[in-house]
Design a protein around this ligand. Structure first.
Ligand SMILES: Cc1ncc(COP(=O)(O)O)c(C=O)c1O
Length: 441
């Protein structure tokens, strides 16, 4: 496809790019100018297979007609409505649709604009809930090493990715961390690993240290994505649920990646059969097309706030764009697309093929682990001595040159394609990565 090169700017200096090696990028830019289905189009007219659903968010693939039309129509009809003390129909319709798609206990939906905001919102609701039920001493938050909960102060405080924390001062006080669950003996496991359920018992140690009456909530990703796809050991989430319940501590699942079909179910809570008290989501809620996130809460949590004089605001929290009409229209069209095309089931059906393809890389050079679940997978590489991250980043660049988009975190290659992926695309993606691995130093 011939593209108008004039649409690509010459001056790249003003845009300070997020989570990007800015100087490297601006030296050799990688620009997408269009997308459709499973592919991006680059500024130089190449097709690149999307192996990452954008940033784990375009679960229905790109430029889906229903979503495009819904956004266009909504922009022409009601562009914006105040989010506080006013409503518009689609905000209520989408909340009902999310509730209907989510596992049973999640009856209420609070809108945000991103995963990071969903996390802040859930942490604040947790502390305020404890206060509302007369447990005001419960203010501590427990996260987990290697956890990723976005980039705001609450999220990086409970998060456990060192580089996301160490540059930003002292963070929130009153936070503790569970150990991560990434164990060497689980290498090359297909699906949930055998070893490590006992790591949940560390919560008992933390509870004993601080006293249960000081702890408001535990937040974990049921499957840790951004840190490099770490799966919960068998029995681990169940144990966390048991311990939190026993001590009156809320459990929050951060499902910003796992929400909306990634594991072959609507949410990971359903997939693992473990129900937390709140779920955070974003990304797949609008297929990544318009920024939007949400916190799903049980009636127990929601109803605890519904007291006092009826003219009073119950929760002093919200965003100018909470439930933005265009985001709601995109969300409704997205959920309809997932349902009409049976995309969550499709992910579940394709998972065994995906698993086999990924594990075919086991004996390739530099590979020290392969992990997978649903339509998500990771290939971990042995780092170059003294130069961590470089080998995987080179793999990313080489795959891009060969027409495939993958993602890297440290020396881990992560893939999470749109759920519309075909077997031939899986062959191309994994085949390309395999070829690249053979040429890496
Ligand atoms: C589990 C989890 N929580 C929160 C976030 C942050 O989302 P956002 O980048 O939309 O703020 C992410 C993003 O990848 C995530 O994976």
């Amino acid at each position: 496809m011939a593209l108008d090169r004039n649409t690509v700017p010459n001056d790249l200096s003003a845009f300070w790019m997020p989570f990007t090696a800015n100087r490297q990028f601006k030296e050799t830019p990688r620009m997408f100018v269009a997308a459709e289905g499973m592919h991006y189009t680059t500024a130089d007219g190449r097709q690149v297979l999307d192996g990452t659903a954008g940033l784990w968010c375009c679960n229905a693939g790109h430029k889906r007609p229903k979503i495009v039309e819904a956004i266009q129509k909504q922009a022409a009809e009601l562009d914006y409505a105040p989010a506080f003390q006013m409503g518009h129909p689609k905000a209520f319709e989408l909340a009902s649709a999310v509730r209907d798609m989510a596992p049973e206990p999640f009856e209420h939906v609070f809108y945000t604009n991103s995963g990071s905001e969903s996390v802040e919102t859930a942490l604040k609701i947790a502390i305020a809930y404890q206060r509302a039920i007369g447990q005001g001493t419960r203010t501590r938050l427990i996260g987990r090493e290697r956890g990723y909960h976005g980039v705001n102060f609450g999220g990086i405080s409970v998060g456990g990715i060192v580089n996301n924390r160490k540059f930003f001062g002292s963070l929130l006080t009153g936070v503790d961390h569970l150990p991560h669950t990434h164990l060497k003996e689980n290498a090359f496991t297909r699906g949930q690993p055998e070893h490590g359920a006992n790591l949940a018992d560390e919560l008992e140690r933390i509870v004993a240290l601080h006293g249960p009456e000081t702890i408001a909530a535990v937040i974990v990703e049921p499957m840790a994505g951004s840190t490099g796809v770490l799966l919960p050991p068998k029995g681990y989430l169940e144990r966390l649920r048991e311990i939190t319940k026993k001590h009156g501590i809320l459990l929050i699942f951060d499902e910003v990646i796992t929400g909306f079909g990634r594991l072959g179910s609507s949410f990971a809570a359903e997939h693992f059969g473990v129900m937390p008290d709140m779920i955070t989501c974003a990304k797949g809620l609008t297929n990544g097309v318009i920024p939007m996130g949400a916190v799903l809460a049980t009636s127990q949590i929601h109803d605890a706030f519904m007291q006092g004089p009826e003219h009073m605001i119950e929760l002093f929290h919200g965003y100018t764009y909470s439930g933005n009409p265009i985001a709601c229209a995109a969300g409704l069209a997205t959920l309809e697309t997932y349902k009409e095309e049976g995309l969550f089931q499709r992910a579940a059906d394709l998972a065994p093929y995906w698993e086999d393809a990924l594990h075919s890389l086991k004996d390739h050079p530099h590979v020290i682990d392969v992990r997978n679940m649903g339509l998500i997978g990771a290939v971990e590489l042995d780092p170059i001595a003294g130069d961590p991250t470089k080998r995987a980043f080179q793999a990313f660049l080489d795959c891009y040159d060969k027409g495939c988009l993958i993602r890297t975190t440290g020396d881990i290659i992560a893939m999470s394609p749109p759920l519309i992926i075909e077997k031939a695309h899986i062959d191309q993606l994994i085949g390309t990565l395999g070829d690249v691995l053979k040429t890496l130093h």
